[in-house]
Design a protein around this ligand. Structure first.
Ligand SMILES: NC(=O)C1=CN([C@@H]2O[C@H](COP(=O)(O)OP(=O)(O)OC[C@H]3O[C@@H](n4cnc5c(N)ncnc54)[C@H](OP(=O)(O)O)[C@@H]3O)[C@@H](O)[C@H]2O)C=CC1
Ligand SMILES: O=C(CO)COP(=O)(O)O
Length: 331
């Protein structure tokens, strides 16, 4: 039974729009899609399309695009879908407009620069006492929006809440599994973006499919080591939000992180490689590596990406560094 009433989505990008559509399609309910730009919200309300971030996808009739934060008060669940580096600012500004009991479902994939904080920690600081969940997994916004089969995970320390939220957002082709290891789920989402950049760079540099497969496997080993050190459950990382999302993002040029790495591999500058698009991994690499070092976790692939995006390491040196590491037992 679907027991969650009105839903709000913060952030009118590709993923926010796709999730707003999914939330409206899963039950007859109001879905408020909050955007920072009143003009863009009005245009979307008129054309019923997010022409900038998700062109060609009709907005579900149940979705109300708006820039007015006072419309958020009725929401029982709030999906927070602005980029990771904006979470603190967006939640700080909008928290006073949210119902005190509203559950926060964090959908950005990243680690905060400067503080190296996980998304759940940022949210807990800004909204102490709020029920917090994380939604992540292999899911391109365009695929979800087109109704292609997709599966994600929604996790909260409050297991029954996670189950209720997952049921409330699931639809015939959008399958939302649930769990109680939000740390594991957010680690998978944040780290896979960094590791996908490495896979893109390898392909862009012409290293071939065998190299990509090796990188995926060694990246996954890094992910597991990191997760164990940061008190996440290994099984979580073996699921949709870890292995599933790593495989998707490492294998598809549809991934902005992969595409960013691929362009770097072909010799583009950092600015050219970004091409004005969001590549969360480039912003998260330094935080991931800092957290890994803090708990003495070896992450050579993530370290290489952090060096590349900081401009302190050249790609061929990064490749040489990875290939000349001492051979050892696989673990
Ligand atoms: N796209 C995808 O397939 C998926 C994305 N994600 C994750 O979702 C998050 C968002 O990605 P996505 O929607 O694709 O990104 P987009 O680049 O498509 O959109 C980002 C949105 O965030 C808005 N925004 C940026 N900064 C702020 C701010 N300070 N305050 C309010 N709004 C802001 C932008 O507003 P404006 O339009 O005004 O610039 C834009 O609407 C990322 O962490 C990403 O990793 C997760 C799964 C799938
Ligand atoms: O997280 C995503 C798919 O699960 C989207 O990946 P990109 O941000 O790399 O496009």
């Amino acid at each position: 039974m679907n027991t969650i009433g009105p839903v709000a989505v913060l952030g009118g990008g590709a993923w926010g729009t796709a999730l707003a559509n999914a939330a409206a399609a899963s039950a007859p309910r109001r879905v408020t899609l909050w955007m920072r730009d009143a003009g863009a919200a009005a245009a979307m309300a008129g054309t019923r399309e997010n022409a900038r971030h998700l062109p060609g996808v009709p907005l579900h009739p149940g979705v109300l695009p708006t820039a007015d934060p006072t419309t958020l008060a009725e929401a029982e669940a709030v999906l927070v879908v602005t980029p990771a580096q904006t979470l603190r600012g967006v939640l700080t500004a909008l928290r006073p407009h949210l119902a005190p009991g509203a559950a926060l479902i964090l959908c950005a994939k990243g680690i905060e620069r400067g503080t190296d904080a996980f998304m759940t920690d940022v949210a807990a600081q800004v909204a102490p006492g709020a029920s917090i969940a994380v939604l992540s997994g292999p899911s391109f916004a365009a695929d979800v929006a087109r109704g292609l089969p997709t599966a994600v995970t929604l996790a909260s320390r409050d297991g029954p809440l996670a189950a209720a939220l997952a049921a409330a957002l699931s639809g015939p082709t959008f399958r939302v599994y649930h769990g109680n290891d939000p740390r594991g789920v957010e680690i998978g989402g944040a780290a896979k973006n960094v590791l996908a950049i490495a896979c893109g760079a390898a392909i862009g540099r012409g290293l071939g499919e065998s190299a990509r497969a090796a990188l995926v496997a060694r990246s996954f080993a890094e992910l597991m080591r990191f997760a164990r050190a940061w008190e996440a459950r290994p099984e979580t990382l073996m699921g949709l939000s870890g292995l599933g999302d790593l495989v998707l993002s490492a294998a598809s040029a549809q991934s902005r992180n992969f595409a960013f790495g691929e362009r770097l591999g072909r010799g583009a500058s950092l600015e050219e490689a970004a091409g004005g698009k969001l590549a969360e991994g480039a912003l998260t690499a330094s935080g991931l590596v800092a957290l890994a070092r803090r708990r003495e976790v070896e992450m050579p692939v993530a370290e290489a990406v952090a060096g590349l995006v900081a401009g302190t390491l050249q790609l061929d040196d990064a490749i040489g560094g990875l290939l000349s590491r001492p051979l050892r037992a696989e673990e």
